[in-house]
Design a protein around this ligand. Structure first.
Ligand SMILES: [Zn+2]
Length: 274
């Protein structure tokens, strides 16, 4: 079993039962009615990034249903096809949100999927909608609840990136698929709300963070322009700024429907051999 007990210094394999997961030392974790398991520890409640609220999960879902994630999903599928990833390969999505990308890829490629997110609202929504993969609430900033070298591929889609953990978890030659916002991602929205469209060069920063243990194999850009009405723009503001930064911005209330660029850089890395 690749999923392990999250209790400090335990780390034994978790048996996945009907109502709970239990390790040989007797640590027990409830499985929610929807089917996800909660492996959050008490200290995770004080995490720096508490994850999406239920309202944010709803906003993200509406945006994905409106097609905002289609181009990125196609890019991820093309990258997996190119590797190529075998059927039954074990794939972890760190920061899986409501499971949109992982569930589609698991379905398409016949993978064994694991989705982790710190937001119980997000994994609850994932488990309700997509019964295939295993959904786990856990803190991706800490030690991830998986055994060493048991994963074929890790996805981190505009989520947290933990190079040491990713290295620990991947099998030799395993792949890491990272999506980071492109410089022009949501540029029109930032222009309208903040009066600026700053670029951050995340590709260089990400490559530098991973180059010690990973080789960059491919780099594609997934870009899509979508016309969004005001309710959709408010959804986008909520998930982008958590409602904090834009509430003060005079532009938010007066937002007119807008064509917005959704753009992500897709980086595929291979774990270097030891
Ligand atoms: Zn244990």
């Amino acid at each position: 079993m690749t999923v392990v007990c999250p209790v400090h210094r335990c780390g034994r394999g978790l048996h996945w039962g009907k109502r709970s997961c239990i390790c040989p030392a007797g640590h027990t974790f409830d499985i929610a009615r929807s089917g996800y398991v909660n492996l959050l520890l008490p200290q995770d409640k004080r995490a720096n990034n508490p994850g999406d609220t239920k309202a944010m999960v709803g906003s993200r879902r509406r945006l994905l249903d409106a097609g905002l994630g289609e181009r990125l999903l196609e890019g991820l599928a093309a990258a997996l096809a190119k590797i190529p990833i075998p059927r039954g390969a074990r794939v972890l999505d760190v920061g899986c949100g409501d499971g949109f990308y992982l569930a589609a890829l698991v379905n398409r490629f016949g993978l064994e999927g694991y989705g982790v997110d710190i937001s119980t609202a997000a994994v609850d929504a994932a488990a309700q909608r997509y019964p295939g993969p295993r959904w786990i609430a856990a803190n991706g900033d800490r030690r991830l609840p998986f055994a060493d070298q048991t994963l074929d591929c890790i996805l981190s889609i505009t989520a947290r990136k933990n190079p040491e953990e990713f290295k620990r978890l991947l099998k030799p030659g395993g792949r890491l698929l990272l999506a980071v916002p492109a410089d022009d991602d949501l540029a029109e929205l930032r222009q309208a709300v903040l009066g600026q469209a700053t670029a951050k060069d995340r590709v260089r920063l990400t490559t530098e963070a991973f180059e010690e243990n990973f080789v960059l194999e491919s780099h594609e850009t997934a870009r899509l322009a979508v016309y969004l009405d005001q309710p959709a723009l408010l959804d986008l503001l909520l998930v982008t700024y958590r409602g904090a930064r834009f509430s003060a911005a005079a532009g938010a209330a007066a937002l007119k429907p807008l064509t917005v660029t959704s753009a992500a850089e897709l980086l595929c890395f291979k774990l270097k051999s030891a």
